[in-house]
Every structure is written in structure tokens, then in C-alpha cells.
Design a protein. Structure first.
Length: 398
């Protein structure tokens, strides 16, 4: 027996998985997908399965032939001994989510989310985005044959991401405002037109994203670790926590890792709330950071994000743009691994927490590098390494 249904995180009301709702009709709070199954995978039963998120089918919805997939998931987990020494932890692993089909972790969520859009008979899909969501949705909806509408903050999206949304044929609207304002428009247009909303407030998207936790468990073989995640809307950190909690619930693991959220100091409402111990969030009106993927002041999933951090015994931290740039440079030059600035913030955050003594020198950390470095090939990131121009002839030394 396998049953997936929706439960409100506020009032606990339950709804069938077949109804199209993004929030609780009774109290307006966020919805969780609850997975109730008799049997789940184990290390042995996973052998020989497809190398994508769909290898974990027991804990995902069934779409049969209607599944929309580009082979997302199953990304490398790379051990970094040099970086571990520099940062000051015993072991450090990087999860290369930038190697997903459109270059970010969003693909995990879109495979499930766009499959769901097809199942409910949607003809169009919509999202607001700091870039990666739009790139991913544009690709998956193209594959599914659905119309795609994306809203992005004008001038605040990395060039590669906007390029991706356009090349896959999405209808792109550049909003004269920030992400939070773009999201309000997307939610309103979705309810007016019936376009299926694929922001992370949609609980089915999170279902796809939780699979990164299954992979960390499968690849590393243990979960007494710190998982460090860049946080914007906090959909992903809550998805990761959900994945580990399901493994714990079904007896696959004994411990849920500590989840560590990292934000940019110019856009840090979640870190502020965790650090202050407050019981509700203070939204930021004008978020600003060079890491545009996490330039979010009103995180729509804040309740789920805070729950993930607190229930896992984790914490949150904010780091400056300079620390993020320095972390990217370090990663790229010492380990040969580069990623988006948002992903690099995890290294900066980890360093900070080790310095503060919150994470001990004998601990293990897995940093989730959420997006591909080529999405944002801007000069600022490589300003420290200026190419030398030389004549084509008569070169004596290099
Ligand atoms: C590269 C990257 N990292 C992190 C995030 C933050 O994820 P979330 O909004 O689920 O917290 C995003 C969101 O757009 C992203 O694109
Ligand atoms: Zn409710």
C-alpha cells in the first residue's frame, strides 16, 4: 500500500493528493506531502536501479508513463581533503548539484512538479524565479509540451539562467521589482488563469528535491553529519530535512543530520530569526546580495525552513558577499570545483561556524553546491585573475 496526501503544517487538516491546492484552504498555511508506504528501499534493493531521482520511487508519487524526466539527480559527492584542512573539519564533501540537467537542484523538483502538472491536466505552468527555477521549469515544461510563463526580477538574474529560460521557449516577464514582488504576481496569475504554480510553495516540488538526502545517505553511508545548504525561500532546506526524516521514519537511518542554513548578510531573515530565537519572522523589504539566487527578503517557506533547522538541531548563519566571493575562489582554485555564488556561501558559512566553535574540528560536513558556475560568468567573480594580452609573434617567455 502506498498513499501520498497533503497535510497542513498549521491546523493539521488533511487533503487528497489529487486536489490542486498550494495552501491550506482552511487556515492558509503551508502544506506538506505525507508519504505512507508499507515498504521502502534499502541499500541492497537500490542496486542496478535507474541513476536518477526515480531510483527512490517508493517515496515518490507514481506517474507511470507520464513521468517527465531528464535524468535529474544522482549527482557526484566529492571528498575534499585540502579544503577540509583549510576550513578546519575532519571531513568535507561537496554535492555537485550543478551537474543536474539544467545546472541546478531545481531539476529534482521540476521532474516531480511538471509530471504532476501533466497528471492534473494543466495546459500551462508558471513561476517566479531568481533564475534557476525559471531555467528548470522552461526545460521540463518544453519536454512535457506545456506553455511556460516565468517572472523574474529585472536586471537581477544571472545571464546564463535568463538565456536558458529563453532558449527553452518560456514566455519571460521581467518585473520591475524584486523576487518577492514577482512571486506575488505569479501566485495571483496562477489563481486567475489556472496555470499550475511551480514555485517551492507547491509541496510536490519539494518531493523531488528531498531525493538529494537519499543520495547523500546512499553515497556516504552515514548521516551523523552536518548538511550545509544555501537558503533563499527555504524550500530546499525543508525538502532535505523531509528526505532524511522519511529515511529515519522508515528505519533506514538512525540520525537526521544537523541542517545548517546559510544566507547572504544582505538577505538574511531566516538566519536572523534562528540566531535571535524569535518565534516569528521579520521580513526584509530590500534584500541585496551578489548571490542573486538567494536574494530573497520574504521567504515563502520560512515556517518549514525554521522547522527543519530547529528539529534537526542545526543552525543558520549569514555571510558577507566578500566572504562568499572568497569561498568560491578557494573552492575553485584549491579543489577544482566551482559553483554558483549561492552554493559557495555554504563554504563561507561552514568556515564561520567552525571559527565560532559551533561545528567542531572532528565533525563531517556535506555542502550542497546548488548551481553550476557557468550560469553566472560575470567579471566580478574572476576580477582577481586578469588575463594578460600578448602579441601573436615574438613571444619569448610565458
Ligand atoms: C543556486 C541556488 N541556491 C540556493 C537557492 C535557494 O533555495 P531555496 O529558495 O529553496 O531556499 C536557490 C533558489 O533559487 C538557487 O537557485
Ligand atoms: Zn490549515
Amino acid at each position: 500500500m502506498k498513499r501520498l496526501f497533503l497535510r497542513c503544517i498549521g491546523c493539521g487538516a488533511e487533503y487528497s493528493g489529487d486536489v490542486v491546492i498550494y495552501r491550506c484552504p482552511r487556515c492558509g498555511d503551508l502544506l506538506d506531502v505525507v508519504v505512507d508506504v508499507d515498504e521502502v528501499f534499502c541499500r541492497e534493493s537500490l542496486k542496478g536501479r535507474v541513476e536518477s531521482i526515480w531510483r527512490y520511487a517508493e517515496l515518490l508519487p507514481d506517474f507511470g508513463d507520464g513521468v517527465v524526466t531528464l535524468g535529474e539527480g544522482f549527482t557526484p559527492l566529492v571528498k575534499c581533503e585540502k579544503l577540509a584542512r583549510i576550513v578546519g573539519v575532519r571531513e568535507l564533501f561537496l554535492k555537485l548539484e550543478g551537474l543536474n540537467p539544467t545546472g541546478s537542484f531545481k531539476d529534482r523538483g521540476m521532474s516531480v512538479g511538471v509530471s504532476m502538472a501533466l497528471r492534473i491536466g494543466a495546459r500551462s505552468v508558471i513561476c517566479a524565479s531568481t533564475g534557476n527555477t525559471s531555467a528548470s521549469l522552461a526545460a521540463y515544461s518544453a519536454r512535457a509540451g506545456l506553455e511556460c510563463i516565468v517572472l523574474i526580477p529585472e536586471g537581477k538574474v544571472a545571464v546564463g539562467k535568463l538565456f536558458q529560460a529563453r532558449i527553452h521557449g518560456a514566455k519571460v516577464y521581467q518585473v520591475r521589482g524584486n523576487f518577492d514582488e514577482a512571486l506575488s504576481i505569479a501566485i495571483e496569475r496562477s489563481s486567475e488563469t489556472g496555470a499550475y504554480l511551480l514555485n517551492s510553495v507547491n509541496p510536490w516540488r519539494i518531493e523531488g528535491q528531498k531525493t538529494v538526502s537519499f543520495e547523500v545517505w546512499e553515497q556516504l553511508g552515514r548521516t551523523d553529519i552536518n548538511v550545509v545548504v544555501p537558503v533563499g525561500n527555504s524550500g530546499n532546506i525543508s525538502a532535505i530535512c523531509k528526505g532524511f526524516k522519511e529515511l529515519e521514519m522508515y528505519g533506514v537511518i538512525d540520525d537526521v543530520p544537523r541542517l545548517i542554513g546559510v544566507q547572504a548578510s544582505g538577505a538574511a531573515p531566516i538566519a536572523e530569526m534562528v540566531r535571535s530565537g524569535a518565534s516569528s519572522i521579520r521580513f526584509w523589504d530590500s534584500p541585496e546580495t551578489i548571490a542573486t539566487a538567494i536574494r530573497i527578503g520574504k521567504p515563502v517557506n520560512w515556517k518549514k525552513g525554521i522547522r527543519a533547522i530547529r528539529e534537526s538541531g542545526g543552525t543558520a548563519v549569514s555571510v558577507s558577499d566578500e566572504e562568499i566571493l572568497e569561498a568560491l575562489r578557494l573552492l575553485a582554485t584549491v579543489e577544482g570545483v566551482a559553483c554558483e555564488l549561492a552554493g559557495a556561501s555554504t563554504i563561507a558559512g561552514l568556515r564561520r561556524l567552525v571559527d565560532e566553535g559551533v561545528i567542531g574540528g572532528d565533525e563531517t560536513a556535506v555542502c550542497i553546491l546548488t548551481g553550476n558556475v557557468l550560469k553566472d560568468p560575470s567579471e566580478q567573480l574572476v576580477a582577481w585573475n586578469v588575463p594578460t594580452v600578448i602579441e601573436a609573434e615574438g613571444v619569448k617567455s610565458i
